[in-house]
Write a protein that binds this ligand. Structure first.
Ligand SMILES: [Ca+2]
Ligand SMILES: [Ca+2]
Ligand SMILES: [Ca+2]
Ligand SMILES: [Ca+2]
Length: 371
């Protein structure tokens, strides 16, 4: 309730009204106690189930009413724990999502991308229309969750179609991640260049149109973007179901007289079989700007295995190394490799997909154990 990251005690009555006791260090101090703050919500008159979840990712729990028809209506937690008129501490925001209609259409997903080009990854929420809310990373690794500075709406969204998804990658190599929409049916990508959206707002996207037509291979795999040769511009990859990866080098496609995309190159093909619980991703684990080939294993607490990229597009990789042991969260999580402290090494981030809460382990050179 108060955003101090411990769980408070709530009694929710059948009419949705709620009383709360704040957790005042109950588990960690002998003097800890439950502090009653009385009634914090009067009930909504909506027939449904009350949930508390951090709907806007600002660290405190918001009041969410999931109606019997599947519609979720939410009230923002407006300092309910500290204000005098606690019964007014939840501000009605309207419909959050209608999960019975189409969960995928309403889901908001957490991404990490460097939208201001200062080297660290910022916190990005992508909504169902591709709209983007962002929080600037103002040294979160050192200062904690207070160092996410809310920027607000930075993209209105382009209403991606059913098979399309929003991806952030640096297409033109200027350090700022750009807004790309990938069509999973054919690998076609549309791009909007980030010309400084944190300072100039939603109009600072320049529409580049179709930036990749999509190769035939894209239908058999997943399109990803990663910098394979370390020149700062993200390259176009297709990872097939067998976990081999083909790449097309980004040769300054966007600049005047740019070189377009390079020819199709097989850059990785696993010698061992890959299990169904493993997924392939690319991230810079050692600060040489070239992306590692990384296997994440969800059956092994999301442990990571990595191969260092020794030769850009030449399909030369180090031996297999265990680069993260994984963490047992006890619930399904999303794992992101992103640079939280801006030191050039991608860090290990675990996101609770239900509320966007994120835990991070900084990459201090990584475990490089033999598997
Ligand atoms: Ca940044
Ligand atoms: Ca860029
Ligand atoms: Ca590159
Ligand atoms: Ca880092």
């Amino acid at each position: 309730m108060d955003g101090d990251k411990d769980a408070d005690y709530l009694i929710v009555h059948s009419d949705g009204s709620t009383e709360a006791w704040l957790n005042d260090d109950v588990a960690v101090k002998a003097s800890g106690r439950w502090k009653s703050i009385g009634k914090i919500a009067t009930g909504t008159g909506i027939d449904g189930t009350v949930r508390f979840a951090d709907a806007d990712a600002d660290g405190d729990a918001d009041y969410v009413m999931v109606g019997s028809a599947g519609t979720a209506t939410w009230w923002e937690n407006d300092d309910v724990a500290t204000r005098k008129d606690k019964e007014n501490g939840f501000k009605k925001q309207g419909v959050y999502g209608d999960h019975k209609l189409d969960a995928a259409d309403n889901a908001r997903t957490v991404r990490f991308a460097d939208l201001d080009g200062d080297g660290d990854d910022d916190y990005v929420l992508v909504g169902p229309k591709g709209e983007v809310e962002a929080w600037r990373n103002d040294d979160v690794a050192a200062r904690g969750t207070n160092a996410w500075i809310k920027v607000g709406r930075v993209a209105e969204g382009v209403s991606p179609g059913k098979n399309q998804r929003v991806v952030f990658a640096d297409f033109n190599g200027d350090g700022r991640d750009d807004y790309l929409v990938v069509d999973d049916a054919n690998g076609r990508v549309r791009g909007w260049r980030n010309d400084g959206v944190f300072t100039k707002g939603v109009t600072a996207w320049t529409n580049l149109g179709v930036i990749a037509q999509g190769p035939a291979l894209a239908a058999e795999g997943e399109v990803q973007f990663a910098d394979i040769d370390g020149d700062g511009a993200d390259d176009y990859l297709v990872v097939t179901s067998g976990h081999s990866a083909h790449a097309w080098e980004n040769k300054g496609t966007n600049g005047p007289g740019g070189g377009g995309w390079g020819t199709k190159t097989l850059i990785a093909s696993p010698k061992d079989s890959v299990t169904a619980t493993q997924t392939t991703l690319f991230a810079d684990m050692n600060c040489d700007r070239r992306a590692y080939y990384v296997l994440r294993d969800s059956a092994e607490n999301n442990a990571l295995y990595g191969w260092q990229n020794l030769g850009g597009f030449d399909n030369e990789w180090s031996d297999k190394r265990k680069i993260a042991y994984g963490v047992a969260m006890g619930f399904p999580v999303d794992v992101h490799l992103a640079d939280l402290d801006g030191d050039g090494l991608d860090d290990y981030l675990v996101v609770d997909p239900t509320n966007g809460a994120t835990r991070a382990w900084l990459n201090k050179g990584g475990n490089h154990a033999n598997p």
